[in-house]
Design a protein around this ligand. Sequence first.
Ligand code: KIV
Ligand code: NA
Length: 264
Amino acid sequence: MKTLTISDIEQLKQQGKKFSCITAYDATFAGVISDAGVDMILVGDSLGNVIQGQKTTVPVTIEDMEYHITCVARGNKRCLIVGDMPYMSYATPEQAYHTAALIMQAGAHMVKLEGGDWLHDTIEGLTQRGIPVCAHLGLTPQSVDALGGFKVQGRDSKQAKQMLADAKALEQAGARMLVLECVPQALAKQIAESLTIPVMGIGAGVDVDGQVLVLHDMLGISPFQAKFVRNFMADAKGDIKAAFELYHSEVRAKNFPAAEHSFD
Ligand code: KIV
Ligand code: NA
């Protein structure tokens, strides 16, 4: 089976078709997510929360990421795999090159890192070296202590302007994709429309180009359900593969996220 590439995801944006992504951390779920027709898998550092039981993603190491990416890559059949660069593993461009090599060699097709325009040189350098980069703005969980908790980002106009400027700068630097997490729907729409690269949202409303959810959240087995999460497992009557298929079709049909899952 042919694996989806970043070019395929770019084409979906051009065609106005929404793409779907679910996080996974092991081979079995990667296989079922693939079989369900989901476009992408993110091996997120959210594994700190849902696999390791940590309170934040800060304790996650490069070795943790490599282990789970290798597991996912073995079970994957057709999804584009994005691997997170963990906490403080890309503080300088040189560190980022080293980390990205490990993430790619573990089996990711693209690396993801969190932050704004300070990452310009890092993203440019990775891009020049042939590594596709996904940027991540809005609620960036690795900075939770600086942000003062897990809250919606970009609500005041100064913050919103900065986020739009950061998004443009990251695209300019060579980023091939952008994640927006917990961002007001109207701002996320504006950013997605201002960029050529695909923008994937989580708690960012329906007007971005694709959606991502954490596996355990969308299966309804996380300790609490955030506003932006829908329990697809319940809606699919307890069948895991059907939950993934429903998620994919609801994203494609622009039925998820609904207004109740979005922030203003
Ligand atoms: O680690 C993760 O799962 C993520 C998504 C929430 C975007 O970064
Ligand atoms: Na992450």
